[in-house]
Design a protein around this ligand. Structure first.
Ligand SMILES: [Zn+2]
Length: 451
């Protein structure tokens, strides 16, 4: 392994870097002025200074800066790779936490704080690996980019989306790795499985405007009340049960996990999976399995009415729709028509986002290199493809033709259920051992894939 300092020194370094990123508290609440990721872009630029990499800072709106660092390859025909992290985090309410979410306390080998797992941990490990590769004189065949972007938590307007549109060379390398994946799951055969995120569901946020006729609240009988109608729409959305679709990534994920047959069989049977998800006591797995095999709809916001004594004529419903690969806007529209049925004429549908699911192929040299690099730390480990139900910056890179995966390496200290609950949740934290594993894995991966 190249490197001028010891692994222990690198682990200290990455831990401190993560703590500083957490303390910068680049909280993105969706407003243009929030985030202020410039602080963390500057911190990372200072950290990488003198390592020999070329660096560029982009700031499309005041304070909303992203950093690009590059090691130029020696062979223009060799595959290029980007390690992509985001520096913003979602808000945290300290009252709900056991520890200050922005103090980045290190307690018994665990760093606490907002962003510890989403995804300042990986942003830090990628930077540390990149710095030490660069310092060691590592010269890749294909280009290696390290990119730390702003604004991932609010549709990436000033981050990856902006870079893809205006500076596509910086992020549109042949291959890219960003967040999620790599939490070890042990199969019944004793070997560890490491999920690699190869795709993500589509995002169709929509606003349903339910129409009625205004009238006096003192005489409700036989009125055309938009709120009553909206309640019926919400009920129909909640009760709607589309058929399960078991696409390839799901089949390969469940098939590759090494699960006991009583779990694997129903999860791979389109006729049994729905009932199984309804009844499974493991709530986290049930929700995940359902979301990975269905286009889902969740009513999330309702606004309407004007006054206590007025029958409302307009109610607005926000619905979060997440589509499976292969669904486009007309499929989603058909599903909504099916749900609304005889109420369709009274409901206006407006899409606020129309982003179809994106996937990357599995049979690539990067897939093989990830497996080899991971096996250094988890001997015999198998990588399995996974479709994430959330959205990441990988989707913008995929639109440029880049093969994009979500990965990182974690210790067994963080289980699948815990990992899921900490994303945007309370008491977010990561163990130093996971930071060590990811840092060393990125170095092993670069050495394998880029030389
Ligand atoms: Zn994230």
């Amino acid at each position: 392994m190249p490197g001028v300092v010891s692994e222990t020194a690198r682990t200290h370094e990455v831990t401190e870097l993560l703590q500083n990123l957490i303390r910068n508290a680049c909280v993105n609440d969706g407003t243009r002025e929030s985030g202020q990721e410039r602080r963390s872009a500057d911190l990372l630029a200072t950290y990488l200074e003198g390592s020999g990499a070329d660096m560029e800072l982009y700031e499309p709106s005041p304070g909303r800066a992203s950093l690009v660092a590059k090691l130029e390859g020696s062979d223009p025909s060799a595959p290029s790779l980007t390690l992509l992290g985001h520096t913003d985090v979602v808000p945290a309410n300290p009252d709900d936490w056991q520890r200050d979410p922005f103090a980045a306390e290190l307690v018994d080998g665990v760093v606490w704080g907002r962003g510890a797992i989403d995804m300042l941990d990986l942003t830090a490990t990628m930077a540390t690996a990149f710095r030490h590769l660069s310092l060691s004189g590592f010269r890749p065949a294909g280009d290696l980019h390290y990119v730390a972007v702003a604004d991932e938590e609010a549709l990436s307007t000033f981050g990856a989306k902006w870079l893809c549109r205006h500076k596509s060379d910086e992020i549109g390398t042949d291959y890219l790795i960003t967040e999620s994946g790599g939490f070890p799951m042990e199969g019944t055969d004793g070997y560890v499985r490491l999920p690699v995120v190869t795709g993500e569901k589509g995002v169709f946020w929509c606003v349903l405007t339910v129409k009625g006729t205004p009238g006096h609240g003192s005489q409700p009988l036989r009125t055309d009340n938009a709120l009553v109608k909206a309640a019926e729409v919400v009920r129909r959305i909640d009760e709607y049960r589309p058929e399960a679709e078991l696409h390839e990534a799901w089949r390969r994920f469940i098939g590759g996990l090494g699960l006991p047959a009583e779990l694997a069989e129903p999860l791979l049977d389109p006729a049994r999976i729905d009932r199984f998800c309804e009844e499974l006591p493991l709530l986290g797995l049930a929700r995940q399995a359902h979301a990975c095999t269905h286009t889902t709809m969740a009513p999330t916001v309702v606004t309407g009415g004007t006054k206590t004594n007025v029958i409302p004529d307009r109610v607005r419903l926000d619905v979060d729709i997440r589509s499976l690969p292969g669904w486009d806007v007309s499929d989603v529209r058909d599903m909504l028509d099916d749900v609304l049925d005889d109420l369709a004429d009274d409901v206006e549908v407006e899409f606020r986002s129309e982003e179809t699911a994106t996937t990357s192929p599995i049979d690539t040299p990067l897939w093989d290199a990830l497996r080899r690099a991971s096996q250094r730390f988890y001997p015999g480990a198998l990588t399995v493809p996974f479709l994430t139900t959330g959205a990441t910056d990988a989707r913008y890179a995929r639109a440029l033709g880049t093969v994009a995966y979500g990965f990182g390496l974690h210790s067994p200290a963080i289980g699948f259920e815990q990992y899921g609950a900490m994303f945007h949740g309370v008491d977010e934290r990561v163990d130093v051992e996971s930071l060590r594993l990811s840092t060393e894995m990125w170095m092993a991966l670069a050495d394998d894939f880029l030389t």
